[in-house]
Design a protein around this ligand. Structure first.
Ligand SMILES: Nc1ncnc2c1ncn2[C@@H]1O[C@H](COP(=O)(O)OP(=O)(O)OP(=O)(O)O)[C@@H](O)[C@H]1O
Ligand SMILES: [Mg+2]
Length: 446
């Protein structure tokens, strides 16, 4: 379409190629420019160009704008030169075409003597919404996250759940492997069949064979009765082999055959048993390295890891910490702890700086510790477990320096660690949101 506003060709090229929609309109609503992404996202045809903001009828833009502006306390936004941008979401389309769009819009100065313009940015958040819906559907599992890598992982899990492919979940202790394994089962066609967990590290080497494959009466001293193993219990369902790296090497050939042929002999029996079992395994050790060191059979590894997935550690997704804290506080409340315990800003900052060797499980314990040791319904840094407090005392740099250059870097760092959430970044820096916003503007970061 023709543009009436004076855009540099380069800028226009960028806008023609980006995924986000851009619409520029006169203050009163007459559209001056929009890029191809905007046309696609809003779903109108090339032959019927958008001429007026009112044309974005399906979205009831005016109403949404007004509501968002009121929510943000920006009712007099139009009379202000800047800082008047509002963000809101809207669903458009129906059925399979349904899309969830996020809008970011405000009035911008177009230069001296020129009429001010309305700028509208449109982002497609459909995928994110879909994953959030998956999360809330499987809420029995109580998984919370908004971390892009975790959401991608969950998207992957949803995608592969329907197949019977074997999945290996790797990640540090307490990152959520067991929970994700359960989610995979819940989303699969085997959901109504058993989900059987075996923690290979918790069973002595001498017992693990009979635990997995069962035994017949008299198979060994003390076997006064026959007993089916976990493989049989998992028939038609899912067998979750936790800490699979701990399977003794001399048993690995039998395990390989059992999962490959879906057939095995219980201890002391020469009659084979047939099963239909999907195996999901988990390990907090790097299995591939273990294969290279000769501690794990390569053929078994490739069988188990048809789909290898890695769960990121908590320290790489600090943006999830406030979310998880809220989640665990809610859980504690259900268990009878006092209502309305809040997490203080200093505590949150300390937690977001801590490297979490025990990951989510350690965070869960820290929140409970804080609830018990906090005063006046407030979790402060002092009420957190000792390891976390000591770490904070050792490393915490003063976060409120007056040195402008330092501060700019710290803000950039905090925004990066908070994966773009201004609220989280403000928590990290120990300042409030509006202060952060002001300083970002000061340093040209908004
Ligand atoms: N994203 C999450 N949302 C809510 N709770 C979580 C999340 N991730 C983990 N948890 C909780 O943290 C604890 C540890 O998770 P889980 O047992 O799944 O970790 P794991 O990786 O299997 O640990 P391990 O290596 O010790 O087996 C559990 O209580 C689980 O419910
Ligand atoms: Mg586990």
């Amino acid at each position: 379409m023709e543009t009436k506003c004076d855009l540099f060709p380069l800028l226009e090229m960028v806008m023609s190629n980006m995924d986000e929609g851009v619409v520029v309109a006169e203050h009163k609503g007459q559209v001056l420019y929009y890029n191809p992404a905007a046309r696609e996202l809003l779903g109108f045809k090339e032959e019927e160009p958008l001429t007026d903001m009112k044309g974005i009828g399906a979205i009831k833009l005016q109403k949404e704008l007004l509501r968002a502006a009121l929510d943000a306390g920006e009712h007099d936004a139009a009379s202000r030169p800047s800082g008047n941008f509002v963000r809101f979401g809207s669903e458009i389309g129906t059925g399979n075409d349904r899309r969830y769009l996020e809008f970011y819009t405000g009035i911008v100065d177009a230069g001296e003597g020129k009429e001010r313009l309305r700028l509208l940015l449109i982002m497609d958040r459909t995928e994110k919404k879909r994953l959030e819906a998956v999360l809330s559907r499987s809420n029995g599992e109580g998984l919370v996250t908004k971390d892009p890598r975790m959401l991608e992982l969950i998207g992957r899990i949803e995608q592969i759940a329907q197949s019977s492919a074997f999945v290996l979940l790797q990640g540090e202790s307490g990152t959520g492997k067991t929970q994700l394994g359960r989610m995979l089962h819940t989303l699969s066609q085997r959901a109504r069949q058993p989900f059987i967990e075996v923690n290979c590290a918790a069973i002595p080497d001498t017992l693990i064979e009979s635990e997995l494959f069962g035994h017949v009466k008299g198979a060994f001293t003390g076997a006064t009765q026959g007993r089916p193993g976990r493989f049989q219990s998992a028939h038609k369902g899912t067998l979750f082999l936790d800490e699979v790296s701990e399977i003794p090497i001399n048993l690995q050939a039998k395990l390989l055959r059992a999962i490959q042929d879906q057939e095995f002999e219980p201890v002391g029996s020469d009659k084979s048993v047939q099963v239909d079992v999907r195996v999901i395994s988990a390990s907090n050790r790097n299995l591939r390295e273990l294969v290279e060191d000769g501690g794990f059979r390569a053929d078994l590894y490739y069988r188990l890891a048809v789909i290898p997935l890695t769960v990121p550690p908590l320290r790489e997704r600090p943006g999830d910490i406030p979310l998880l804290c809220d989640h665990f506080l809610r859980q504690l409340r259900r268990r009878g702890y006092p209502e309305e315990v809040q997490i203080g800003r200093d505590a949150l900052r300390v937690m977001m700086d801590y490297p979490w060797p025990g990951n989510v499980r350690e965070l869960e314990n820290a929140v409970e510790h804080g609830v018990i040791c906090g005063l006046d319904h407030l979790i402060t840094a002092d009420s957190l477990p000792q390891d976390i407090r000591l770490h904070a005392a050792e490393v915490a740099p003063p976060l409120t320096s007056t040195d402008g250059i330092d501060e700019r870097d710290r803000i950039i760092d905090a925004m990066r660690r908070a994966t773009g959430s201004r609220a989280v970044a403000a928590g990290l820096l120990g300042i409030d949101r509006s202060t952060l916003w002001r300083r970002m503007r000061k340093y040209g970061l908004s």
